[in-house]
Design a protein around this ligand. Structure first.
Ligand SMILES: [Zn+2]
Length: 344
């Protein structure tokens, strides 16, 4: 019965246009003009994207289950204290879902690939804002609660998320001409909001001394999350282990799969830590912290979603209006590549 389903063939790096190339991945590429059906079929065929898809698709359901549990078990609509948790869990569902969809459909065309990853970047920046909203509500150390920094923290995080989406989407445009510059831009686009959002947590667990440091049992979970977050960034930036042995990790064990797994584990520990902080600090925070309002929770999240969507549309328009370059293969004569449109 299975033999009746004809799975699409896979290609080597030299058989697909440069825009589809992955650093040190030699084989397992899908057809660069795959149909949507072929893309879905590739979930059940070992290609260099298969585990990228599954490592984010399955965790989407885990975080969705957590979100549904919170919404069903807690009086979310009446209790504004739980709103940041709901926003954070929503962002934890959206970013792996957007990523698994991007990895699934990225082989439909060069244009589809860029647009798919624009959504992936927008979802990641929304997750960074989700983290900031939840940190502001439950994680800030006692000492910093209600400080000037605490008051400015969410507006700055919203700006950072928007800048991050913008930078990450832009990074795809110079990709063919200067891949290193493009990669650097993308690393900065994700590292910068992460580092800013974690300032209160880093201060709390690494620097704070004396009273008001919120030195509780939750810190060990925060350490796990921070360690995994740095490992995630390291894997993304270095392309290890495949850079040491190009072609050996094409299907299983390459850096992007490990990056997905570490990212999800990090998010899991982050969620556990935050839930614990939320429960143990609830009464103190309700008494001393900035009240959780529509504008510093749901409103900020909605603003980020709307602006991110506008950015994605603006970056997608030049691609949609430039059909010529979509089919062009990169190679010795592809001099006409425009810096305005990422095609090669
Ligand atoms: Zn990915």
């Amino acid at each position: 019965m299975l033999s009746l389903i004809k799975l699409p063939r896979v290609f080597t790096i030299n058989q697909v246009p440069k825009v589809f190339h992955e650093d040190s991945i030699i084989s397992g590429y899908r057809h660069p003009r795959s149909s949507a059906t072929d893309c879905i079929l590739s979930l059940f065929q070992l290609t260099n994207e298969t585990l990228n898809i599954w490592t984010h698709f399955l965790p989407t359901w885990y975080f969705l289950w957590k979100l549904v549990t919170v919404v069903l078990m807690q009086p979310v609509w009446q209790d504004s204290f739980t709103w940041p948790l709901v926003i954070f869990l929503l962002s934890c569902c959206i970013y792996p879902l957007a990523s698994s969809c991007a990895h699934t459909f990225s082989s439909m065309s060069a244009r589809a690939r860029h647009i798919c990853f624009f959504f992936d970047y927008g979802a990641l920046s929304f997750y960074s804002l989700g983290s900031a909203i939840i940190y502001s509500a439950y994680v800030f150390p006692d000492k910093w609660v209600n400080s000037f920094f605490h008051q400015c923290y969410i507006p700055i995080a919203v700006c950072n998320a928007i800048i991050s989406t913008n930078m990450a989407c832009y990074s795809r445009f110079p990709e063919c001409q200067s891949p290193k510059f493009s990669k650097c831009l993308r690393v900065v686009a994700f590292a910068y909001p992460y580092l800013f959002d974690n300032i209160p947590l880093f201060y709390r667990v690494f620097l704070c001394a004396g009273e008001g440091c919120t030195d509780n049992d939750t810190n060990i979970l925060h350490y796990n999350h921070i360690a995994l977050a740095f490992l995630t960034g390291f894997l993304f930036a270095t392309h290890l282990p495949e850079r040491l042995a190009p072609g050996s990790f094409d299907y299983i064990g390459h850096s992007h799969q490990l990056f997905h797994v570490c990212g999800i584990l990090g998010t899991h520990f982050q969620m556990k830590a935050i839930e614990q902080d939320m429960v143990t600090r609830r009464s103190w925070l309700l008494e001393h912290s900035i009240p959780i309002t529509f504008s510093n929770s749901v409103g900020a999240a909605l603003l980020c979603v709307v602006v991110n969507l506008i950015i994605i549309i603006l970056y997608s328009l030049p691609l949609l209006s430039a059909p010529v370059c979509q089919e062009k293969k990169c190679g010795k004569g592809s001099k006409k590549t425009s810096s305005k449109v990422p095609c090669c």
